[in-house]
Design a protein around this ligand. Sequence first.
Ligand SMILES: Cc1cc2nc3c(=O)[nH]c(=O)nc-3n(C[C@H](O)[C@H](O)[C@H](O)COP(=O)(O)OP(=O)(O)OC[C@H]3O[C@@H](n4cnc5c(N)ncnc54)[C@H](O)[C@@H]3O)c2cc1C
Length: 539
Amino acid sequence: MKRYDAIVIGAGHNGLTNAAYLAKAGLDVLVVEKNDYIGGAAVSRELYKGWTYSNCSYVCSMMRQALHRDLDLSRHGLMLIPYHGTVNFDDVGNTLVSYHNEEAAYLELKRHSRHDADSMARFQTDLTRYAQLIRKTLLRTPPDPTSFKPRDIFELLFLAKQFWALGEKEIYEYVRFFTLSAADFLEEYFENELIKQAMASAGIIGTALGVYSPGSSYILLHHVMGDVDGSIGAWGLARGGMGAISNAIAGALQSYGGEIRTNAGVQQILVKGGRTVGVALQSGEELYARVIVSNLDAKRTFTQIMDKNDLPPGIYKKAKNFKIRGSSGKVNIALSGLPSFNNVPKNRYINRGGQVFTGSMETMERAYDCWKRGRWSDDPFIESVIPSAWDPTVAPPGQHWMSNFIQYCPTELADGPWTPEKRDQFGQTVIDKIERYSPGFKDLILHMEVRTPHEIEQETGLTEGNIFQGELTIDQLLFNRPFPGYAQYRMPLKNMYMCGSSTHPGGGVSAACGANAAREILIDLKRPNTVPSDDFYDE
Ligand SMILES: Cc1cc2nc3c(=O)[nH]c(=O)nc-3n(C[C@H](O)[C@H](O)[C@H](O)COP(=O)(O)OP(=O)(O)OC[C@H]3O[C@@H](n4cnc5c(N)ncnc54)[C@H](O)[C@@H]3O)c2cc1C
């Protein structure tokens, strides 16, 4: 019977990245995926003829450029398209456009508040400085602060050095920053409500926190620490949808000789004598390998595909209590034409960039209150993008695909389980809100794909539909991710590793978790490292 060097469970972009680096080192690697397609939450699918939706993730910024270059993803078909011109809408008809051009951006802010226009440079400098520190950790394995191993001490000193380099005042600010709410943090820079809410929205995307919840300022940072081609904080689109990222990584993996098997869901990880030895597929087939790597989230890995009796004491409980709450919905819409929006000039690029329907801080907080009570708000926060306005490959000429990301949508409803009817009502709430800002919008709709956390979990296996494979709160970051003592990608059983977004540096399409895990596996197998360091050619 064939025995692989490594079996990676799940063909999410991190699983594929992990496998690619192991294959590049000459290992015999197999990726097994439950779906009949690859990509997990970084996927493009044609569910309506002629339209390619990025069904889950839709914009790109966190992808580590060092990995993009090293895996030669452009040669494997990946092309990133920067986009700009997002318009924020409040409840009473005001708009705020985020222009790319510095002068236009300043004048737009000044239209609302001269004070805030002047503060923006300070805000961006501070945020970029905070982001740069985190960026330096993305392609590194978190140190174990309780260990005296030379590598852990070196990594701790590396972190301390970055921290001290901030300077005395900034060190205090940085520590405060991690525990502040997005609202409190922004209060220190801005006075205008629309500007504050536009900036605060990044603090709630994908998270079960509100704009006033302590810790939401870090989520804000998590969303601005990426880059597109070196422009920090910028977001872009992957031509052909986010699946183009996974497909390109899969192309790299296959070019190094790695294999992918779809329709190969894992029922259970096989354990013998305290070490993982293989996997049993849902079909009953058993496959064996020296190393087993899970791309699944920490909760699913330890509570669904492992026998509790195979786990050392305490791990099952840690996994069960891992904070992984679903809070987001996604609505993909095929449109017969480009919608126009109230108070936004037609035929300008800002009409086709992004639309953020924030309403007000209160509107966003009320939507969070609804989520806590097991329902969705009738006035939800929506972040929309029309990728087809920048990428002609995702919709037929003259027609469009609009991606809408909604905060908040509960995993469990107070009035009983999700049903197709309730899912459709949720979708209706979303289009009712957009219609308020874009009269005639509903007449353009040709097809809608509505996803609540329920559908997200069913399709991607993301527990509760949590988009980050676990909340990004300080208790679950860096050396605490996924659990204290297990942040170095090695799990409590011998030969077992994790490589998904439940590990450092967390969710988002960065490929960093998969690459970091590969480096640790190669160390343990005494193979030369194939994973590059972040090169920061751009800073
Ligand atoms: C709706 C939504 C919107 C998002 N928007 C963005 C965005 O715009 N930008 C961004 O950067 N990030 C975004 N994210 C987050 C980002 O997509 C994820 O954090 C990231 O894709 C997770 O990648 P992963 O490889 O770690 O795991 P996953 O993508 O979760 O991959 C896990 C894989 O394992 C497979 N699997 C599950 N169970 C089994 C089993 N038993 N056997 C075999 N295979 C199995 C799954 O099918 C899947 O392919 C979004 C996520 C969602 C859900």
